[in-house]
Every structure is written in structure tokens, then in C-alpha cells.
Design a protein around this ligand. Structure first.
Ligand SMILES: *Cc1c(COP(=O)(O)O)cnc(C)c1O
Length: 462
């Protein structure tokens, strides 16, 4: 076994030194040498042409490459859920990506007023644009919508009561529950109505000396059907104002445009909600809006001022990368007729089924060849979901590849193995198993990525 120093000075090791630096390369060569020593002690035999040096450098290079690989990696989202929370939700358009790169590599006027030369406020950078798009008087931005709700309740209802319908006490994935957020904010939840029915008089009767706020929450990820009754935003707002109280709406996904014009199911827009009388509206930046993770609070100027002054605002504020990404995304909304093409999220949500069908037929053979005889691959219609709690019931007609065990056998274990093999690819492929088949929904595989997906199929090891 050659000394580490000798391996280090070999020509083959020099590129490693350049890439990883002396310290890491020494560690890796030592680890490779230890492993090789164990192999030899276990009786491994090498022929005369074997070079210890080459072997150790190669093994060290592999170890270093594995260690250097990022843990946050690009994947192929073939789950059929466009805004998949576990896969990072909205994908950003190029304009936003360029702005983020600029903000990362150059100083920016994050809190610097270029007119006066004095200190600025980071909210000022985008407040006007948000107000233009929503019709609100004022706006502020925090880390995510959960933070927006927490901050709103903390600033407006601490040690007081907030009236919410029992039908709207939702839990969003990842431990966001309205009752918990309420108590964390120091507010007391005043539940009214029943799970399926809440009336205006329930709100009215709940208002007392300690009431700070009437609140409505969008039932993002579930739907109640049948014998139901809920009270509209404008009715609750009118009542709140009659009793001298503010009214807040947690809109969840919060779209800025009427999605019906793009053939998608209708959702109340932020502008409509503000127009209906809500004094504050909170919504996410990375759901239907299609921007970076953020929580937007829009509404009456005096309430937004109170929210901005709360100490939690400092703890929950957004960084420059978020603001850099958010502004160009919001700018796209100024041209609604071009939005379908430009806003990645909307483009994915409105992809024509025929386009995905043609893509499925192109990729069917590729996957068949990669999988061999043990599996059958068919191109089939399927249904995608918007995700992140937008329209939990509505499904979008989509197309994709369905892999089953050949010979009609039930495929539970084989399909799980295949699913794992897809996840082990250099750019992991995430599909889903349902009805004894592995389903790869092609909605989120845009043309630019198709060749990379196809090329990678040849690397599948099952
Ligand atoms: C998604 C959602 C939230 C949480 O938003 P994040 O941006 O994920 O923090 C809160 N309320 C509702 C109604 C939601 O749909």
C-alpha cells in the first residue's frame, strides 16, 4: 500500500486537489486506503497490472463526489400534483430567476431609499404593485402564509377573541391548524356554528366586549357537501363593520386573477375578497400566485401599519431573494392575456391534454425499453390536481404513463422496487402508486425537460 503522500503527489490526484482542496483529498485517500486494506485482509487478490495508486485516487474521487452532492436536488415531479408542497410548490418564471441571481451577486436597495438617500422599508419595494393588483390600500409581506396569519392575529387580537366558524377550523398539511395558530398568537378562538352549517346570527351572537376580529378561513384542502350553509365574506364584513370590528380572511391559495378565463375552476380572487369588505386578506406567494414562498397581507392601511409595527414582523420578514423573485412574478399579472404562457404555474395547470397525450406516446417506448419484459407500459388519461389546497375536489384532465406488472400479476412489491429505482436516478423521478400501477403524470414534464427524462431512463437499475 503506497503512502498517502505518494498518492497525493501522483498526477492523477492533482485535479482532485484543485476541486476539493488538500484537506478533503487527504481524508478521502485515507478512507479509500482503509477500505482497500480491509479488502486485502479479507483475502482479495489483484493481478499484476493492478495499480494501488490509480485505485486509491479513483475511490477517493468517488467518495468526494458523493460527499459534495447537494442534498436539495432537482427531481421530476410526475405526481400529477402541480403545487406539490413536498416538492417545493410553484416553479418560478425566468424573470424571477434572473432577478434572484442579481440580488444574490450584487448589492441591492433592500432598505435604502434611492430618492432621499435615507433608510427605506423593504415593504415599499412591492407594496404599490400588490395594491394595484388587489385593490387594497396597503400590503406587507412575510415568510409564508402561516406567518401572515400568526402575525395578523398577534397584532390585532392578542388577549382578545376571534370569531371563526366551526366549518373553517382547518388543518393544512405540516401542522398548520387554525386553533393552534390562534393560541400561539395569544388570541382566544370563539368557535361558532357547526361543522356543516353556520349562520350570520351565529357571528352576531358571538360578538362581545372581548371580540377583536371576525375571521373567515378558506377550506383549502377539503369540501363539505350536502346540507351546508356558510356566510359570505360580504355578509360577515358588513356585520363586523356594523359592530365596529375588523374582518379578516385567510384565503390560503389566493389567486390574483379569475382563473375561469383560463378554463380552470373559479376561486375567489384577492381583489373580490377585498372588494367584498374584508379589512385584511392573507394568502401564500407560492401557491396559485406562482411566486416564491411568502405570505402576503393586504388590506386597510391603518391595520397594516399596526401589523408592521408588531415585533414579530421583524422575526417573520422576508429576505431579499424573496422580494427579488416576487416583484417580477407580480409584474406578469399586469398582462393577464399573456399570463398563461409566462407564469409557469398557470402554464402547467392549463397544459392541453392532447400535448401530454402526444408526449406520453413519445415516451412510452423509451420507458418500455428501459424496463424490459417484466413490466408493461401504457399511455393513459389521468387526473392531475392543482395541489396546496386549491380546489381539493376538482381534477384536471391529464395524460401520463402507467406501469404495471407484465402478465397481469399483482405488482405491489415489484412496483415499490420500481418506484425506488426511479427515485435513485441522478435526477429522481417521483411518481405515485395507485390501483396496482405506478403512474407517471406528464403534466409537469415540460418540453425543455423531456429529453433529459428520456435519456435518464436508460440508467434505470431494477
Ligand atoms: C396553505 C394555507 C396556509 C399556509 O400557507 P403557507 O404559505 O404554506 O404557510 C394557511 N391557510 C390556508 C387556508 C392555506 O390554504
Amino acid at each position: 500500500m503506497p503512502a498517502v503522500e505518494r498518492v497525493l503527489s501522483s498526477p492523477a490526484a492533482q485535479p482532485l486537489m484543485g476541486a476539493y482542496g488538500h484537506t478533503q483529498v487527504v481524508d478521502a485517500i485515507r478512507a479509500a486506503a482503509d477500505a482497500l486494506r480491509r479488502e486485502l485482509l479479507a483475502g482479495a487478490v489483484f493481478d499484476a497490472s493492478f495499480s494501488f495508486e490509480t485505485k486509491l485516487v479513483d475511490d477517493a474521487a468517488r467518495l468526494l463526489a458523493v460527499r459534495a452532492r447537494a442534498h436539495l436536488r432537482p427531481v421530476f415531479n410526475l405526481t400529477g400534483t402541480v403545487l406539490h408542497t413536498n416538492l417545493g410548490r410553484a416553479l418560478l418564471p425566468d424573470e424571477a430567476v434572473r432577478a434572484v441571481v442579481e440580488a444574490l451577486t450584487r448589492p441591492v436597495n433592500l432598505e435604502f431609499d434611492l430618492t432621499t438617500g435615507g433608510r427605506g422599508d423593504r415593504d415599499d419595494l412591492i407594496e404599490e404593485l400588490i395594491c394595484e393588483l388587489t385593490g387594497a390600500e396597503a400590503a406587507t409581506v412575510v415568510n409564508n402564509n402561516a406567518a401572515a396569519v400568526l402575525l395578523t392575529l398577534s397584532a390585532l387580537a392578542s388577549k382578545q377573541e376571534v370569531v371563526v366558524s366551526r366549518g373553517e377550523l382547518v388543518e393544512i398539511g405540516g401542522a398548520f391548524r387554525i386553533p393552534d395558530i390562534m393560541s400561539r398568537a395569544g388570541a382566544k378562538l370563539r368557535e361558532i356554528g357547526t361543522t356543516n352549517r353556520t349562520h350570520l346570527k351565529d357571528y352576531d351572537e358571538a360578538i362581545g366586549a372581548r371580540t377583536a376580529l371576525l375571521m373567515k378561513v378558506h377550506c383549502s384542502n377539503y369540501a363539505i357537501e350536502g346540507f351546508t350553509k356558510s356566510v359570505s365574506v360580504d355578509e360577515v364584513a358588513r356585520l363586523a363593520h356594523m359592530r365596529g370590528l375588523p374582518m379578516a380572511v385567510d384565503l390560503g391559495s389566493g389567486t390574483l386573477v379569475d382563473l375561469a378565463q383560463y378554463g380552470l375552476p373559479t376561486e375567489p380572487t384577492v381583489r373580490e375578497t377585498v372588494g367584498a369588505g374584508a379589512d385584511l386578506v392573507t394568502f401564500s406567494g407560492d401557491k396559485l400566485l406562482g411566486g416564491p414562498q411568502a405570505g402576503l397581507v393586504v388590506g386597510r392601511a391603518e391595520l397594516i401599519r399596526k401589523i408592521r409595527k408588531h415585533p414579530l414582523k421583524r422575526a417573520l420578514r422576508v429576505g431579499k431573494l424573496t422580494l427579488a423573485a416576487l416583484e417580477p412574478v407580480l409584474q406578469l399579472y399586469r398582462a393577464p392575456e399573456l399570463l398563461r404562457e409566462r407564469l409557469t404555474t398557470l402554464r402547467l395547470l392549463t397544459r392541453p391534454a392532447a400535448e401530454m397525450h402526444a408526449q406520453a406516446l413519445r415516451l412510452q417506448g423509451v420507458l418500455e425499453r428501459a424496463l424490459g419484459q417484466a413490466y408493461s407500459v401504457t399511455a393513459e388519461p389521468m387526473a392531475s390536481q392543482i395541489g396546496s389546497g386549491a380546489f381539493p375536489v376538482d381534477q384536471l384532465p391529464s395524460f401520463g404513463l402507467v406501469v404495471r406488472n407484465a402478465a397481469g400479476k399483482r405488482g405491489g412489491r415489484a412496483l415499490m422496487k420500481l418506484e425506488a429505482a426511479l427515485r435513485a436516478l441522478p435526477r429522481p423521478v417521483i411518481g405515485r402508486i395507485a390501483d396496482d400501477a405506478l403512474r407517471l403524470d406528464l403534466r409537469c414534464l415540460e418540453a425543455a425537460d423531456e429529453a433529459a427524462f428520456a435519456a435518464q431512463c436508460a440508467e434505470l437499475r431494477i
